[in-house]
Design a binder for this molecule. Sequence first.
Ligand SMILES: Cc1cc2nc3c(=O)[nH]c(=O)nc-3n(C[C@H](O)[C@H](O)[C@H](O)COP(=O)(O)OP(=O)(O)OC[C@H]3O[C@@H](n4cnc5c(N)ncnc54)[C@H](O)[C@@H]3O)c2cc1C
Length: 445
Amino acid sequence: MEEKERYDVFIIGSGPAALFAAMRLERRGVRSIAVADRNSYPAGGLLNDGKLNFDPRVGIDPAELKIGSEETTRLMNEIKKDLEGFPHMRQVTVPEGNETIDVIRRIAAEHGVQFIAPEQWHWGTDRGKAAVDYLRGFLKNTSFLLKTEVSSLRKESSGEFTLLCDHRGRRLTCCARVVLAAPGRSGAYWFRDAARKLGAENNFGPIDVGIRLELNRTLYDSITDSVYDPKFIFKTDRHRDKVRTFCTNPGGRVRLENYGAFKLVNGDALGRRKTDNTNFALINTVALTEPLSDTTEFGQMIARQFHLLGGGSPIVQRVGDFREGRRSSPATFESRIRHFDFCRSTCKAVPGDITLGMPARIIDNLWESLKKLDKIVPGILHPSTLMYAPEIKFFDTHFPTGSDLETSVPGLFVAGDGTGKSRGIVGAAISGIIAARGIVAKYFS
Ligand SMILES: Cc1cc2nc3c(=O)[nH]c(=O)nc-3n(C[C@H](O)[C@H](O)[C@H](O)COP(=O)(O)OP(=O)(O)OC[C@H]3O[C@@H](n4cnc5c(N)ncnc54)[C@H](O)[C@@H]3O)c2cc1C
């Protein structure tokens, strides 16, 4: 007979959604928990930057999680409490009593732009491992199955789940009464297929498509000195679309995310060492209806186009070249005469023309928003400012659930970014806590 490892709760993934869920399951007395991750270190996106937004308007959709504002704030305070003993957590935005925030909000409003300054904490990519080790320290009874990729799951007639895994190159079979899927964005499409085979309903959510700006930090310090990761939200005049700034990294670096068939841009910052630049994303929310509702296909089409145009790399264009309607080229990329040397790129992307790969509507929206932002923070559209593309956030797989985050398949719960329940570390952690609460209430009380 085939040997199986047995758990009460099997968690797929080891990012913030998974770790916070495991912590709550342990605290509520669940004895046998497995956290499985295909990577060798249990962290998911906790190793990335570690900017925590404690604001119900950012990175979380309370309506999706079916929680009110009081409950959202209470859960955010719980997470802060869990993290307050971590020595490298630094509060980087203190909204209370900050007069500069009121001034920025007023100037933004004059241009029809909404400005949000959330309470923010940061530890930096270089301290990500320490943060994960700190959180893992809370977990006493959880088994970590690392280098373990879950390849499929099925539901037995007994109601139990069987999970087939590749564990360090050999086959491992596990079974569990309850499965919590928190596969993040990198595992979203695998899980979508696996869950469909079980009969779990899902639909397509919107995606965010845009660019990452990198500029000499002196041009944006007047804002980021007060608000580490400022959120400007635009409604464009021409198309009435939503565009927003996202994931600002003062003194940070632009990074590439490798998705195999293409690469996307992103950004982070270290806690100890800073660059001369600041970067942030400017993204356009895209929802589709008929005849194409598949936002995944749409986003991948754009990503593949850039992959082709950039010879396998994302594309970068100087604002000075963009204004002139010409591509950036290696020959003039650092031109002193054009003041391009004012901002040295922190990332290897191919100089080119971003308008070749992006739909016109999105380019219109981004440029209109940038011009407004340049009125609020004059100077950001310096000729040296870099525009990298594509930056795409695939938050497109969405599972309809009740308030406990159980899917239409009994015993199968979901949490985190890969299932449409969050868009950031704090939101992912909150969804993990809610799922853990639901699991205990329904299956272990
Ligand atoms: C460069 C970068 C910077 C970022 N900076 C920030 C930031 O500053 N602040 C912020 O709030 N957010 C940031 N994010 C986003 C943040 O990382 C995510 O929002 C968050 O990690 C989502 O948590 P999660 O638990 O849903 O999934 P994840 O953290 O993505 O974890 C999912 C895990 O599941 C594993 N997995 C997937 N499929 C399988 C499978 N089949 N079998 C086994 N394991 C599997 C993956 O290996 C992964 O480790 C950043 C992201 C990137 C890429």
